[in-house]
Ligand binder design. Structure first.
Ligand SMILES: Cc1ncc(COP(=O)(O)O)c(C=O)c1O
Length: 409
């Protein structure tokens, strides 16, 4: 399913959106994050996939690989730590704390009574737990019924207290808010709701790092070929808003087209585009793309997305699995890649459109297009990855390193 968004504009990045997301704040976040040892000290790779481009009949496919961002396994490592750092700076503003020192545990003693809490599908909670551990505060994570035990254990590894509830993601968000109010804890959520915007804004600002790096990498790639389309997978809309706003502010009227991709069962952004305001999904909100299984659009993210996302589309679970397999397989000219369920959604979106000539034409995709996709996670649930791809992560990684050796000049 595909819908065009008539509210998208090609005007310059509007001043009123600067207070939500800006290149300045994203770059500041990037500088602080570079001091955290859970973040890779080099930029994540931007892979050129010529065989995938040929198969899809586009000029070029560039894939920004966030599987390399952090041992935490996903781009979410860029969000929670920044929100936590900014929360502490606001609350302890009289202490002139050094933001980089915070992530190195310099103020652990002072912060040991601070408790942060969040609901999660997995990746955000893991990043928050790791950031809280390194900063030296307490962390409580609320998980809904569909989060796998494998993902739960990965979060518990970082020392967070886990609370399991019976309902879905949206109930877990409500539960976290209730516990925070009862106990004087701070909610560090990646989604906004009425009266709660500052922290999700800070989370999204961290994601701008992906766009900043991609712009530098694209500018130095030869031959230079401007990106025409960016496919961004959507859960509550934070990733898409963080990346699209940066690229929009950078390129203004020359910005690429943005396409947001969601699972059909968790289509809250798609539905928001249809009704014209942040709304809920219509489906079961249960998808193999666990990170995208969100039932409600983040209203703050929507303020950005409604102004710049040209198309919203949904895909089936099988589309994501097919994309995971083909990216894992690699080819003569394409490196084999470990791409998780939610990570594959952007690439899957391009594939779905290119299989339908009239949809491809509608979004302006063709032989001259340069498509940028983001792999937002590696195998964050290795058991699920093995079952879906039919190969263990280690084996794909071994083929990846073989491929790289054989392509060294
Ligand atoms: C791997 C992965 N990709 C994409 C997303 C979507 O991000 P957002 O919910 O900010 O739209 C998530 C969210 O958890 C995720 O875990």
């Amino acid at each position: 399913m595909l819908t065009a968004n008539s509210r998208a504009t090609n005007a310059q990045y509007p001043d009123e959106l600067q207070s939500i997301l800006s290149i300045r704040a994203a770059d500041e976040s990037g500088a602080w994050l570079s001091n955290w040892d859970q973040i890779s000290s080099s930029a994540t790779p931007l892979w050129n996939l010529p065989d995938a481009a040929a198969a899809l009949s586009v000029a070029r496919v560039s894939l920004k690989d966030e599987g390399f961002r952090s041992p935490l396994g996903s781009f979410k490592a860029l969000g929670a730590p920044i929100a936590l750092v900014r929360l502490i700076l606001r609350h302890w503003h009289a202490h002139s704390l050094n933001p980089s020192g915070l992530l190195r545990g310099q103020y652990a003693e002072m912060l040991s009574n601070l408790t942060v809490i969040s609901a999660t599908d997995g990746n955000h909670g893991k990043s928050l737990a790791a950031a809280a551990r390194d900063i030296g505060c307490q962390c409580v994570i609320v998980l809904h019924a569909n989060v796998s035990v494998e993902r739960e254990q990965a979060i518990a590894f970082y020392g967070a207290k886990i609370i399991r509830i019976a309902g879905g993601y949206d109930e877990s968000v409500e539960h976290a808010a209730k516990l925070a109010a009862q106990n004087g804890w701070h909610v560090v959520s990646d989604t906004s709701y009425e009266g709660y915007e500052t922290i999700p804004r800070d989370v999204m600002q961290g994601y701008g790092v992906i766009a900043a790096e991609a712009l530098k990498q694209l500018a130095s790639s030869t031959p230079f070929q401007p990106v025409t389309h960016v496919f961004l997978q959507g859960g509550v809309g934070g990733l898409a808003a963080g990346v699209a706003s940066y690229l929009w502010e950078h390129s203004g009227a020359q910005r690429p087209r943005f396409v947001v991709v969601e699972p059909q069962q968790a289509d809250c952004l798609y539905q928001s585009a249809i009704v014209g305001y942040a709304t809920k999904a219509t489906g079961s909100v249960d998808s193999v793309m666990a990170g995208l299984a969100c039932g409600e659009t983040s209203p703050l993210a929507w303020k950005i997305l409604e102004r710049c996302v040209d198309y919203f589309m949904t895909i089936q679970d099988e589309d994501a699995v097919t994309a995971m397999r083909s990216l894992a397989a690699g080819s003569d000219r394409d490196v084999p890649l470990v791409v998780g369920e939610s990570g594959a959604a952007g690439f899957a979106g391009v594939s779905v459109l290119m299989q339908n000539p009239s949809l491809a034409k509608q979004v302006g995709l063709g032989p001259d297009s340069h498509v940028l996709v983001i792999n937002t996670e590696g195998a964050t649930a290795p058991g699920v990855y093995r079952d879906l791809v039919g190969e263990v992560v280690e084996s794909v990684l071994a083929r990846q390193s073989e491929w790289q050796k054989s392509h060294e000049h």
